[in-house]
Design a protein around this ligand. Structure first.
Ligand code: FA5
Length: 340
């Protein structure tokens, strides 16, 4: 009797195992038939009540049923694993023939590009490229440039003062002073660098921007020399005719002093926020070096004279690439930088 029950039990458990559609259903079928309190365990307990001669045959039948169910269970489990693997392979399919996205090459910042072009140009004309500290002494930034402490010209450049009396240089002109003292005359130097001013930021004014100082000291330097180098500079950068105007300018360290303005290349001179609607952009102040400036750096103005200019490098970059807001240049915005 137990044997025929085992046969029935095996048949119905096999049916359930084979019909299981999910791992949960399969596990439930397994527990019911093969679990510790399952049907087979129950039947096994009943064996104790059988007569010894029946017990051997029933034991064999029980083992056979157990074997058959375990095999069916493992087979169904393997089918589920195979299905899961197939589903994953379908979902995670990769097309290895697609072209790779590629490495996007980096590029130099437009300021760095123009700076090195100007450096190459001036080096080819016998100039040296000098560097100076961004934290300067008051003496180098002002006094040595003929701007004494009570001089109103100091107010022209709003200064970031540091606690110990030093300052963040407001222009690259202190590098002239360092160059004259270190190298002496004759001297041809340029000095590109970052400068700082405590002023209101707008489309054409930054608190942190770049200038490029130029200076030549020799025995007979004239305004003609100065104009020659400045024209060569602009021709080298713009590679086409640009309209400039020269007007008198006041800087205590040059005499006479000039402002060289460029007709705004953003609006073509019609007026825009960059040129403050005036059509012209201040770009390249310059002049012949004030004798006092030479003297303060140990050069005899009876024997030597020179010219100097202070190019607004950031503004030059804006003009060359028609960038209509100076703030873009230091924004770190990749959408902007990717264009160069
Ligand atoms: C000076 O800084 C003088 N040291 C230049 C000089 C050197 C004159 C040698 C004579 C001889 P100025 O303050 O004008 O001058 O600045 C020079 C240039 O820097 C300006 O023409 C302008 O192009 C640029 N500039 C000035 N302020 C800013 C600013 N806030 N943001 C961006 N560019 C500026």
């Amino acid at each position: 009797m137990l044997e025929s029950r085992l046969a029935q039990l095996e048949a119905s458990a096999l049916k359930r195992i084979r019909a299981a559609l999910t791992a949960e259903e399969l596990e439930a079928a397994r527990v019911e038939a093969l679990g510790r309190k399952g049907a087979l365990a129950q039947a096994s307990k009943e064996m104790g009540k059988l007569a010894p001669e029946e017990r051997a045959a029933a034991g064999k039948r029980l083992n056979a049923a157990k074997q058959a169910l375990e095999t069916a269970f493992e087979a169904r489990q393997a089918e589920f694993a195979e299905q899961a693997l197939q589903a994953r392979l379908d979902a995670e399919w990769l097309d290895l023939t697609l072209p790779a996205p590629g490495v996007r090459p980096g590029s130099l910042h437009p300021l760095t590009q123009i700076q090195s072009e100007i450096e190459d140009l001036f080096v080819s004309m016998g100039f040296v490229v000098l560097d100076g500290p961004e934290v300067e002494t008051e003496f180098n930034n002002f006094d040595a440039l003929n701007i004494p402490s009570d001089h109103p010209a100091r107010d022209m450049q709003d200064t970031f003062w540091l606690k110990d009396g030093h300052l963040l240089r407001t222009h690259t002109s202190p590098v002239q002073v360092r160059g004259m003292r270190r190298l002496g005359p004759p001297l041809r130097m340029i000095a590109p660098g970052r400068v700082f001013r405590n002023e209101e930021v707008d489309a054409s004014h930054e608190h942190t921007f770049y200038q490029l100082e130029g200076m030549m000291v020799d025995r007979e330097v004239s305004i003609a020399h100065m104009l020659y180098f400045m024209k060569t500079l602009l021709a080298g950068i713009f590679k086409r005719d640009v309209t400039v105007r020269l007007r008198p300018g006041y800087f205590p360290f040059v005499e006479p002093g000039f402002e060289l303005d460029i007709q705004c290349l953003i609006c073509g001179g019609g007026g825009c926020p960059v040129c403050k609607q005036g059509g012209w952009v201040e770009l390249l102040p310059c002049g012949l070096v004030q004798p006092n400036v030479l003297r303060l750096s140990g050069i005899d103005p009876e024997e030597w004279n020179g010219f100097a200019f202070g190019l607004g490098l950031t503004r030059l970059v804006m003009m060359r690439y028609a960038i209509d807001d100076i703030r873009l240049l230091q924004s770190g915005d990749l959408r902007f930088l990717k264009q160069f």
